[in-house]
Design a binder for this molecule. Structure first.
Ligand SMILES: [Zn+2]
Length: 287
């Protein structure tokens, strides 16, 4: 077995006590998460990001699981048997949605993984998509174009004007998955669009990076939406009572900020569906 995959198979034993600084992972030059900035990012020409089957009902019931590191929801097929997927933008392939999960803080700390304009948000949701060219997840992990992760920042506010109902719905069930390995079914009809409909979907950062959990392989095209979603603070607080696989409080489950090294940041902005190139100060990262 490849050493990276062997490390992956031992992955249940990692924790966030040192935010990943003590993980036994081989680090390259393109690790994640990173600090992003709308000031230094380079506006770029690109097609719109396309959401395929995001508007079709998922074949439920949806299941959430406390896996000892996060709360994760597997993404099933939609009613016609196909998988929700993303393509477009600068992506060369189709990427099917596999699962979504969260990173969060504690009463003392905010807990998003990425930082935007020096701001760490209260929590971050990742929707993991796997390149359809790879049948097996292990093959995708070993490839540099294995995954696309859509990243949404969650901001805690006392009384949000617009509430992301499906995210609230999911967070409302966390009390039932307090301990590692506990699962809970979400009843009702949902589509994946429900999870992203409150975010400004035409403005995001794109960069090449890594998984933020062991083995931290540099297999990810990151798409980080610039604007956060407002979530009621009571729902954000519900993360803090979860327990990890050791029975310890599952809080602050974010990896520390990694160096950008030679990567540049692409900030892609939509202007009525037409993308305008404002500056091209340096080579734009291709994905
Ligand atoms: Zn994640």
């Amino acid at each position: 077995m490849h050493p990276a995959l062997r490390r992956f198979s031992k992955a249940h034993f990692f924790n966030y006590d040192k935010h990943g600084k003590d993980w036994n992972v081989k680090k390259g030059e393109k690790q994640s998460p990173v600090a992003l900035s709308t000031e230094t990012a380079i506006p770029s020409l690109a097609q719109k990001l396309k959401f395929i089957n995001y508007n079709k009902m998922l074949v439920g019931p949806l299941k959430i699981t406390n896996n000892g590191h996060t709360v994760i929801m597997s993404i099933p097929v939609v009613v016609d048997g196909n998988q929700p997927a993303v393509c477009g933008c600068k992506l060369k392939c189709l990427y099917k949605a596999v699962q979504l999960h969260f990173h969060w803080g504690s009463p003392e700390n905010k807990g998003s993984e990425h930082m935007i304009n020096c701001c760490r948000y209260d929590a971050e949701m990742h929707i993991l998509h796997q390149n359809c060219a790879y049948a097996l997840q292990n093959d995708a992990i070993m490839a540099n174009d294995g995954f696309v992760v859509l990243s949404l920042m969650l901001r805690s506010v006392p009384h949000p004007k617009r509430e992301p109902s499906i995210i609230n719905r999911l967070l409302n069930e966390l009390i039932h998955v307090r301990n590692a390995k506990q699962t809970r079914l979400l009843r009702g009809n949902f589509c994946l669009r429900d999870f992203v409909k409150d975010v400004e979907r035409d403005e995001f950062f794109v960069y090449k990076g890594s998984l933020t959990t062991p083995p931290c392989r540099e297999a990810v095209n990151w798409i980080v939406f610039t604007k956060p979603i407002n979530v009621s603070e009571n729902y954000i607080k519900s993360f803090w009572s979860l327990r990890d696989y050791r029975g310890s409080p599952l809080v602050n489950n974010y990896r520390s900020i990694q160096k950008l090294n030679h990567r540049c940041q692409d900030k892609i902005t939509s202007v009525s569906g037409v993308f305008k190139l404002k500056t091209r100060a340096q080579e734009i990262a291709q994905i």
